[in-house]
Design a protein around this ligand. Sequence first.
Ligand code: WTA
Length: 654
Amino acid sequence: MSSDNIHSVLTETRLFAPQPDFVARARLDADGLSALHAAAAADHVGFWAGLARKELGWQTPFTEALDSTQAPNYRWFADGHLNVSANCLDRHLGARGDKIAIRFEGEQGDVATYTYRQLHGEVCKLANALKSLGIGRGDRVVIYMPMVPEAVMAMQACARIGAIHSVVFGGFSASSLRDRIEDAGAKLLITADGGHRAGHIVELKKAADEALAEGCATISKVLVLKRTGHTVNLDPDRDLWWHTLLAEQSDRCDPEWVSAEHPLFLLYTSGSTGKPKGIQHSSGGYLLGATVTCQWVFDLRDDDVFWCTADVGWITGHSYVAYGPLSNGATILMYEGAPTVPDAGRFWKICQDHGVTIFYTAPTAIRALMKLGDEWPVKYDLSKLRLLGSVGEPINPEAWMWYHTAIGKQKLPIVDTWWQTETGSIMISPVPGAVPTKPGSCTKPLPGIAVEVVDENGEAVADANMGGYLVITKPWPSMLRTIWNDNDRYIKTYWSQFQGRCYVAGDSVHRDADGYHWIMGRVDDVLNVSGHRLGTMEVESALVAHPRVAEAAVVGRPHEIKGESVFAFVVCKGLRPSGDEARQLTQELRDWVAKDIGALARPDDIRFAENLPKTRSGKIMRRLLRSIARDEQITQDTSTLENPGIVEQLARKD
Ligand code: WTA
């Protein structure tokens, strides 16, 4: 997409200043924030180095903060040694040993709590168990689990022994799991018999068995948590029960000291090709980003109960469930299930029952809950809440206002946080005690984060009414280090567009006259469905793998709740199906994609055509397909199409 397509459309003028009582207690007020910005502007690297010394515990201090010799493979604090799990657990045992680290509620209402001491003990036992299976520094471990405390323990245990985890979201299919295991070359899979979701059992072990049935030659063992207790297949040579193995382990395990640059995890995310990329994060820089943003953005304090609703299968669940809050010694809440089980009040009941003070969720959830009506939140006592957050996609002003009014009672600050799997931690967001908010804007970059808006030549966009590409012009500690096994793709994807001068986020943005940022969406072929990134190519490859499909093109269509939904144009082998046959095949293809990738990729719409609109050079005109999917009048020039007559057929809904 070229920047002349990036027009800004929002003209939101409402401004909400932080409430004085919030400001009075805030960790950062406007003066404090200005001081941080000034320090970062005066000495970018020194600013981050100072924070790294102050906020993290080091076994060996670093002497060099930033090494740019291999840019854009930047290295932060590389000669310093630390352990992420020791930072999240051991350093709190003195002052906060008996403080609750995790409060958990299952979908069926079961509750569990772990103090920091208990969590430390469980993580050590698991770490010893992993060692007994031959897992050590640098080995990859794939985690495919429900949203239960043991998922966090698994991540922390890997960190403790220097193993590299890669969490695969439990909603992904067996074949998605297999692809990720194979790309990572994982030695061990940690999974569960199943999880509870929307009244059903998610058959994780069954999917894992299917994934391992073909390929995955590097996997030697599978560790299985008993969560649901339903009968699952256990391979006596390969599978071990978590509880059996842990029963024999000591609850002490010295942390493995690693370089700050040692990879902490890989997390696969969609790009504009069919193959997901393994985003590789570091230990020290990553943890620093997750730690300080919890303080700046969430104003996290000792008496908070912090609930980030994201699954640990996504980056948000890494930085704001498993790592950032624990590094700060906070109490987190974890919930296993769906937001509407048994009814639309579940989230608000959890906030009430557990005294949640900070609530962080995605616009898609806000819109879904908004649609279910104001009568649900009013049934519950939400008076402990003091801060609300949003992440994953642009939040439309209507949903923002509902969040502000129905949940925030027109008092609570809302932090709309922009960031990515690649950035590791929040980049652009209000600081709640310091920055007035505008509904729909993620406001301004955090201290030490150098954001620019540029045109297609890489020149700064000066006109406040024009949009441009969102780029980051200086390295930051929690940035991705590379793409696993594919450094060329790392350089090409993020650093090649403007001669390596800056990191290209792949989003378009508009910065208004007050310096506020308005994210407009992706500029690549990546969709954002319910806050989850999905490559159009991934869905297309899944479709063309079906025996009836010859060709497919996938675009996004605006959706009231999901933000965007998947719309697929499909060309079949043989005659174009119609009537009952088309209806049947539509259903079959929708299920096919869900089975191949995961339910989140299931197309909402499928339209059959004899052909796809292509230019004479054979390129599919996606812009045209987007307009058709949106039922828009076609105003684009179709004369360059090889087959202009196809447009009429594509627009027909029969
Ligand atoms: C989008 C999620 C607008 C954006 C943390 C980005 C947002 C992609 C926001 C990253 C926001 C995330 N406002 N858009 N507050 N937050 N996005 O990797 O397009 O799953 O590039 O990371 O989500 O998605 P990812």
